[in-house]
Design a binder for this molecule. Structure first.
Ligand code: ZN
Length: 392
């Protein structure tokens, strides 16, 4: 039977070396209901994941996430998930509760954050409200005995909800080097996949599988003029724009269907034609990301924001899209001039999960500079650059 060794708030015990404690974490910012339990033996020993559970909303029939469906999903899923993970691991209470506070859909965030507050109140333990993006970029440190990468490091966070390149020089110091000016990369990949007739709740993943399928697809009839754009390139008075843009990849597919195929939906083309278009679409989108990362990093080096010394650049690639092997290989090629060490979390920890919230919560908590009050609300829009210590 689990016995909590700490019954008091641990905040303030910064110098304690041996401080075994147990953490419950909840993630509910979008459509994944996720909970986990983490053991923290001491500050010098790596944390241990005790258990992790996720139930994802299937939005494949609605063509996108409907906020009311998402909140209903969380309200139905999270309490039983918390109940079962505690019971199955013989845990009566934990010493710290962490939950995503933002950014994300307010109603979805509320369902996890409010339950976390209630549990923290009932157990008389601290609650830590966590920034979702901080969770993504700190994920590799959970799996490293020495908490690698050490600051400073750069992260590409690429998923259905976000696409940004972030320079992190400390737990609370984050500079966005490049962001998307329209939709997120995962959103664009989903829409391209849907136009090609692919099905599933994770369409970007389906597109990746479709492209790499080793099925001896034969010759295709896709015209050479079916090319994808290079958004934000040096044209029309623009020069060296360090930002991402994905909307034009989707509109290109719509236009091409009209102009090259007599408005025949791309989903009705032959398998080989669809596979050729899928390959070109994915490759163009990733090439855009890799080239803009290279540009933004070059600018940051030129402005002395980044010092690529003998150790080279520490580069984290996280978020649901970041697990794509084609993207990872392209980044390795494009960023070689920075002598990078890459940190690629295992794909299961690239998508939204509670482990990353638990770990970021532990880092915030042990910093002694962060606390969350019971009257705090979820934050739907919460720029990473606005993260500041709440306790100085
Ligand atoms: Zn995310």
């Amino acid at each position: 039977m689990f016995r909590s060794r700490l019954r008091q708030s641990l905040i303030g015990r910064r110098t304690s070396d041996r401080c075994l404690y147990h953490v419950l974490a909840i993630e509910s910012s979008c459509d994944d209901s996720s909970v986990c339990l983490i053991d923290r033996p001491s500050r010098t020993e790596p944390p241990r994941l005790i258990d992790h559970k996720t139930v994802s909303l299937d939005s494949s029939h609605s063509g996108g996430i409907i906020p009311l469906d998402a909140v209903a999903h969380h309200l139905q899923s999270i309490p039983p998930l918390v109940n079962s993970i505690l019971r199955e691991n013989n845990i009566e209470k934990v010493d710290l509760v962490c939950a995503t506070r933002g950014p994300g859909m307010f109603s979805s965030l509320s369902s996890g954050f409010n339950l976390a507050k209630g549990l923290a109140m009932a157990w008389n333990v601290p609650i830590i409200g966590v920034h979702h993006m901080l969770g993504h970029l700190l994920t590799p440190r959970f799996f490293s005995p020495q908490s690698e990468p050490q600051f400073p490091f750069v992260s590409l966070l690429a998923s259905g909800g976000h696409t940004m390149l972030v320079l992190s020089t400390g737990l609370f110091q984050h500079t966005v080097l490049a962001d998307t000016i329209d939709v997120a990369i995962g959103n664009a990949l989903d829409k391209c996949a849907r136009q090609l007739g692919l099905k599933g709740s994770m369409l970007g993943k389906e597109l990746e599988k479709f492209v790499v399928a080793n099925d001896d697809s034969g010759p295709h009839n896709v015209s050479k003029s079916f090319t994808f754009p290079t958004p934000l390139s040096n044209r029309c008075g623009r020069k060296d724009v360090a930002a991402f843009s994905f909307a034009s990849f989707v509109s290109t597919m719509t236009r091409m269907s009209e102009s090259l195929y007599n408005s025949q939906p791309l989903a009705e083309l032959s398998y080989n034609d669809r596979k050729e278009i899928a390959t070109r679409a994915q490759s163009s989108i990733f090439q855009h990301v890799a080239s803009k990362c290279q540009l933004a990093l070059s600018q940051a080096v030129a402005q002395n924001q980044i010092n690529v010394n003998d150790e080279g650049l520490r580069f984290v690639c996280s978020g649901g899209v970041a697990s794509n092997q084609v993207l990872r290989n392209m980044l390795k090629g494009s960023l070689s001039e920075f002598n990078p060490t890459f940190y690629f979390p295992d794909p299961q920890w690239c998508t939204d999960n509670a482990l990353m919230i638990g770990w970021a919560g532990i880092e915030l908590y042990e910093s002694g500079q962060w606390s969350t009050r019971l009257d705090e609300l979820p934050i739907a829009k919460w720029p990473l650059a606005d993260l500041e210590p709440t306790r100085k």
